[in-house]
Design a binder for this molecule. Structure first.
Ligand SMILES: Nc1ncnc2c1ncn2[C@@H]1O[C@H](COP(=O)(O)OP(=O)(O)O)[C@@H](O)[C@H]1O
Ligand SMILES: N[C@@H](CCOP(=O)(O)O)C(=O)O
Length: 306
């Protein structure tokens, strides 16, 4: 195989209680990229559509991940890469992660599946270092494994795939303002009281159990974030109003998607998810802020060939 076109999903990281430790992938939204082998052993980004991003390989997460993988595998080829961004960087929907994970997946396919998903996650995390200064795994693992994931440990890296109830549907509103993950990480406290930590890890346990048992009430009760949300929500216009509108219209729970500005809600069934989308729309429609709303199943697959 000399050329491959792939889709890599948008992802919702944290899922309220799981800061840096949980994420899920969206079915309805993601980036596309085309990777073509070249004789010259270099990485060239020849096209970027849909976002204003660097073409220099060492500044674009795609180039960074590609170079790491070509070096590590001692590949006898280089790459020409075309990037088609379908949602904006700084969205809180894992834009850099979609690029990084899609690159890891595509190159692995061109290398005939040399690497495991865990190894691909490690390569993709190098892209996250370029994007936000931290080797976070929640978005990239969700984009590679698909469905819900738990980063049980960073050192050593241990990723657990968690079953996704098929009735669970995400609604996401993306106000078109950019919040850089790197900046949003600085407002999260480095130390928290044990009392707060107890609530937070208890909710992660509740969320994981709820997903396994398809216990939608438990999922909803567990979508609580006492660590990042109270500090980050001030960066997001109408956050409290959107969350309240989502929950009062039937959502199981709602919170900040990744580092924001997107806000996600989870609902049981598409009908409720659509109602939640309408309620979110009502909050934003006269705000003067441009925004997009997505209603999406949770993708059970990660990055894939299209
Ligand atoms: N291929 C890429 N896709 C998205 N962002 C990229 C890419 N390459 C580099 N970046 C940089 O990463 C940053 C966006 O990442 P981040 O702040 O984590 O937002 P997001 O939540 O959308 O991933 C921007 O500074 C952007 O220029
Ligand atoms: N756990 C990270 C996730 C960042 O997600 P992004 O989609 O905003 O890049 C964090 O909360 O900082």
């Amino acid at each position: 195989m000399n050329s491959i076109k792939i889709f890599s999903p948008a992802t919702v990281a944290n899922v309220s209680c799981g800061y840096d430790a949980m994420g899920f992938s969206m079915e309805a939204l993601g980036d596309e990229m085309i990777f073509t082998k070249t004789k010259e052993k270099s990485v060239i980004i020849s096209k970027i559509e849909g976002a204003d991003l660097p073409f220099e390989a060492n500044k674009n997460v795609v180039g960074v991940v590609a170079q790491h993988m070509l070096n590590d595998s001692k590949a006898d080829f280089g790459l020409d890469i075309q990037i088609f961004k379908k949602f904006k960087p700084g969205s809180g929907l894992g834009s850099s992660a979609a690029s990084a994970s899609g690159t890891a997946f595509a190159i692995n396919t061109l290398l005939n599946g040399k690497y495991s998903n865990l190894e691909l996650t490690k390569f993709a995390m190098q892209g996250e270092v370029t994007a936000c200064g931290s080797a976070i795994a929640d978005n990239v693992a969700a984009a590679i494994y698909g469905g819900f994931i738990l980063v049980r440990s960073y050192e050593p890296l241990d990723i657990i795939g968690i079953p996704t109830p098929s009735k669970l549907v995400a609604t996401v509103i993306h106000p078109q303002i950019e919040i850089k993950t790197e900046a949003a990480r600085k407002v999260v406290p480095q130390n928290i009281p044990v009392k707060t930590a107890i609530s937070q890890w208890a909710n992660v346990g509740g969320l994981v159990s709820g997903l396994y048992a398809e216990d939608f009430d438990l999922i909803g009760r567990s979508l609580v974030d006492l660590v990042a949300e109270p500090n980050r929500k001030k960066l997001i216009p109408y956050f409290d109003e959107v969350k309240e509108a989502a929950i009062s219209n039937g959502a199981l729970g709602a919170g900040i998607s990744g580092s924001g500005p997107s806000i996600f809600a989870l609902s049981k069934g598409k009908q409720t998810a659509n109602k939640v989308a309408e309620a979110m729309n009502t909050v934003y429609k006269n705000s003067g802020i441009d925004y997009s709303i997505y209603v999406s199943n949770i993708s059970k697959a990660g990055a894939r060939i299209i």
